[in-house]
Ligand binder design. Sequence first.
Ligand SMILES: [Zn+2]
Length: 159
Amino acid sequence: MSAWPWHDAGRWAALLRGDECPLCQTPAAEAHVCDLAFSRVIAPERACLAGYVCLIARRHVVEWRDLSADDGAALMSEIRRVSAAVADLTSATKMNILSLGNVVPHLHTHICPRRPNDRFEGRALDPGDVDRVYTDDTHTVFVAALRQRLAAASSWRRR
Ligand SMILES: [Zn+2]
């Protein structure tokens, strides 16, 4: 049986409803960066690239078209904030931002900092192709710096 969930209509329907949705679960503490108004921000240690971040809708929603105009604007604003912080922290050459949901149909956005000679140079990035991309304590340092950057942006915005 294929791991691609579209081939099992019952399983796909359950995922669309949010039954046993893996993104509705609490993330591992070491991957959790912070919660924003619309999104939960995670940065898993095993990832497609160092500096990879995912914004996950804090409620089960499948498609962009399912969002109200206000929620859509909030999500776009959070994607802009987080991608700017990641770009600064990683000195990325180019930011790749993907919203797919083909395997887990819960709205989430992959934010991927690209650099020369990265694992995907010359081909499309696959956020599901994960590996050990951090050495020593670099993941812990990245998560702490991103958390601090996003907290500073939040307090600035409240003024
Ligand atoms: Zn979900």
